[in-house]
Design a protein around this ligand. Structure first.
Ligand SMILES: NC(=O)c1ccc[n+]([C@@H]2O[C@H](COP(=O)([O-])OP(=O)(O)OC[C@H]3O[C@@H](n4cnc5c(N)ncnc54)[C@H](OP(=O)(O)O)[C@@H]3O)[C@@H](O)[C@H]2O)c1
Length: 297
């Protein structure tokens, strides 16, 4: 078989529900907050606005945020950079997690708290309806169906266009789908951390977009992308294509399943440009096999 015929083509967009389609390379805005711990106002507000505007210029039309990033400041930064928004921009935010200190996160999935969170996000983002509203994580102290029931209610009221879940199991996705349409699932998954691949496969089979968070393997409270510094096969394939290991790690995910939307996070425009360029990389079937079998760390 010649090299060309082995190439795997990938689509450019992913469907969110039946009415939205977004570019597969999105942006995760969490890092545009106070550090450490994604807590407080981003120190260089102007640079944050410039980066978000550059993301739009480069064709990004899916931005992931959450009430707990900042908290609140991350959504405010997005609005201050991009409002009035381009027509095709989907801002995906989340509720159900309360952050009171850099290392203090509390889950609150009670209906009242979710309503308060959603309505506060609407105000900060300056929108009447949120494109994708995600339950940040199930609350072990609140019956899951009650949290989902509130998201369904907010959707009926027109405050949410699509509902997504984050940090969930297949059983939880199935329980939620008994109540509402679920358009996306956001769980941690990357080339080096593949425990949740069964959940990705479930989403692929059921036409649910899958948003793997920390696609470059970052620790939630620390800077740096472990997959940008990996050695071995990742570096070899990257060198052969004259690209960066981080780009191969992102490209592997795009080739892994057609319903994946990537949201790599960065605070630098050069990394943003690099990450977006990963969408143009084509991997051969042999490359994919090698990456699938690799022990990356
Ligand atoms: N649902 C959840 O519970 C949850 C949890 C965590 C994250 N998330 C979402 O996932 C998004 C991404 O996650 P993440 O930011 O934790 O992890 P990530 O995308 O795996 O990595 C981000 C880190 O990698 C660095 N980086 C980015 N591009 C790079 C490049 N091309 N070369 C070298 N280093 C690079 C960034 O530093 P620089 O700033 O220096 O580029 C940053 O420290 C977040 O923004 C958030 O939206 C969701």
């Amino acid at each position: 078989m010649n090299h060309e015929s082995q190439k795997t083509t990938i689509a450019n967009t992913v469907q969110l529900g039946s009415d939205l389609s977004v570019n597969r390379l999105g942006y995760g805005a969490m890092r545009l907050t106070g550090q450490p711990g994604n807590f407080g106002r981003y120190a260089d507000w102007t640079a944050g606005k410039q980066l978000l505007r550059r993301a739009i210029e480069l064709g990004i039309n899916f931005i992931d945020t959450a009430e707990s990033y900042g908290p609140g400041y991350n959504e405010e930064l997005i609005a201050s950079a991009l409002y009035p928004y381009p027509d095709d921009l989907v801002i995906a935010t989340k509720g159900g997690v309360l952050k009171t200190a850099p290392d203090n996160i509390r889950t609150d999935g009670s209906p009242n708290s979710l309503r308060r969170s959603c309505e506060a996000s609407l105000k900060r983002l300056k929108v009447d309806r949120i494109g994708l509203y995600q339950l940040h994580r199930p609350d072990p102290n609140v019956p899951f169906v009650e949290s989902i029931g509130m998201l369904a209610e907010l959707q009926r009221e027109g405050k949410i266009r699509h509902i997504g879940l984050s940090n969930v199991t297949i059983a939880q996705i199935e329980a939620a789908r008994q109540i509402v349409d679920i358009s996306s699932v956001q769980n941690r998954l990357n080339l080096a951390e593949r425990n949740g691949e069964d959940i990705l496969d479930y989403c692929t089979q059921h036409n649910i977009a899958f948003i793997p968070y920390s696609p470059l393997g970052a620790h939630p409270l620390k800077r740096g992308a472990p997959l940008a510094n990996a050695e071995g096969i990742l570096t070899e394939i990257a060198a052969r294509q004259d690209v960066k290991p981080s780009q191969i790690a992102l490209s592997w995910m795009l080739h892994r399943a057609p319903n994946i939307i990537l949201i790599p996070g960065t605070t630098t425009i050069s990394h943003l440009e690099e990450n977006i360029a990963a969408a143009s990389i084509t991997l051969t079937a042999d490359d994919i096999k090698l990456l699938n079998e690799a022990q990356v760390f």
